[in-house]
Design a protein around this ligand. Structure first.
Ligand code: ADP
Length: 392
């Protein structure tokens, strides 16, 4: 079975064609600058990466181009060979608790949550409609970032604010990166052959969130009403005192939206270091002794460690801690810094085992009270697996 896993942005479309059940990636790529000048697409196929310029006035043209490429490269012989398309959708509010087969009625229901994810949801839905137009006979499935977190209880998802904010405006914690955290839980529970695991899943990339999971159900997660909350990230502040916002508004004359933009795009590693949001640049600057980079690096590790300790308490003792995404998978330095800061939980990192990038491995000593695993995430595969299940 061939399933396309798709992530549509406002001007982009990322895709991976996956063969199931073998999980083989047949072809992948990215369409960029859709609806803009200089549009192009990159395709990774047979170990080669090629970029081509193309006029892409809208997402439907990009999807048509994609189908032409699949046929030209002989990945498929006809469009009938595409069994289903799975779409990443950011926000399903508190209505969608599982992935779902899409039709126009469902899309209209998802659109109700556009104001909760204004940068992503309209684009995600536009992507679905483009596939419905070009491939009218193929089934589409929506896989939400939020659904996995819908098992949180009121005690975790409510904010201690006037209750009517929740009743009238839906102010609550939704959580994000759910597809990644779900994939990580599935992978570790299959590997350890246990479905009753208490896991602290740390997704630390440019964006980052932690998730406390008990027996496959989310107990709590660090992102909140929006992805701005939780740990410090590449450019996002994570948790701060909200009183800072009106204070800086008065000091600078900026609007609330401008300050939220600063908290989303100019804070985190970038804001503290003044150098970059990219951890590789920060690590390089740390090696050269740059004090602000060293400070940013230490703060980053500490915020994650603090959340791990909190979730260990919430879970009444975690069985496993997992690290994934850009930093979790690749930065042995950050992994070590985090583990050192949770030594009080009995975590003992093994430097020799930690010396690698991008693989599934255990990085702690045999007598570590909680084992820490690095697990490469694979949201595309999770989307494809859900799609296979729902169309079968
Ligand atoms: P996104 O949230 O955009 O998907 P990623 O999960 O790709 O982000 O993570 C990007 C982050 O991972 C960047 O800060 C990058 O510096 C970091 N990263 C990637 N590779 C390495 C590496 N080899 N060493 C250290 N950090 C890395």
């Amino acid at each position: 079975m061939k399933i396309l896993s798709v992530n549509a942005g406002s001007s982009s479309l990322k895709f991976t064609l996956i063969e199931l059940p073998s999980r083989e990636v047949l072809i992948s790529g990215l369409f960029e600058k859709i609806g803009m000048e200089g549009s192009c697409y990159t395709i990774k196929y047979n170990g080669e990466k090629t970029t081509k310029e193309a006029s892409l006035p809208d997402h439907s043209v990009a999807v048509t181009k994609l189908m032409d490429e699949l046929i030209e490269n002989k990945v498929i012989n006809s469009l009938e060979e595409i069994d289903g398309v799975g779409h990443r959708i950011l926000h399903g509010g508190d209505e969608f608790t599982e992935s779902i087969l899409l039709n126009e009625d469902i899309l209209k229901r998802i659109e109700k949550y556009n104001e909760l994810g204004p940068l992503h949801n309209p684009a995600n839905i536009m992507g679905v409609r483009a596939f419905m137009k070009v491939l009218p006979n193929v089934k589409n499935v929506g896989v939400f970032d939020t659904t996995f977190h819908q098992t949180m209880k009121e005690t975790e998802y409510l904010y201690p604010v006037p209750y009517e904010w929740y009743e009238k405006y839906g102010i609550r914690k939704y959580g994000f990166h759910g597809t990644s955290h779900r994939f990580i839980y599935k992978t570790i529970s299959e590997y350890l052959k246990r479905d009753d695991l208490k896991v602290i899943s740390c997704h630390i990339g440019n964006g980052g969130s932690l998730c406390a999971i008990d027996s496959g159900r989310v107990v709590d997660t660090s992102m909140g009403f929006t992805p701005l909350a939780g740990i410090m990230m590449g450019t996002r502040s994570g948790d701060i005192d909200p009183s800072i916002i009106p204070f800086i508004m008065k000091k600078t004359g900026k609007t609330a939206d401008e300050i939220i933009n600063d908290l989303n795009k100019k804070s985190g590693l970038l804001g503290v270091s003044g150098i970059s949001s990219d951890n590789r640049d920060i690590e390089e600057a740390c090696e050269q002794g740059n004090e602000r980079a060293i400070l940013a690096n230490k703060m980053y590790a500490q915020k994650i460690a603090n959340y791990i300790a909190m979730y260990n308490n919430l879970l009444n003792g975690a069985d496993v801690i997992t690290l994934t995404a850009g930093l979790g998978e690749n930065s042995k330095g950050m992994r070590k810094m985090i583990c050192e800061r949770i030594a009080s939980l009995g975590v003992k990192i093994d430097d020799a085992k930690n010396d690698f990038r991008g693989e599934f491995r255990l990085i702690t000593k045999d007598d570590s009270k909680i084992p820490v695993y690095v697990i490469p995430t694979n949201e595309e595969l999770m989307i494809a697996l859900d799609t296979m299940e729902l169309i079968s």
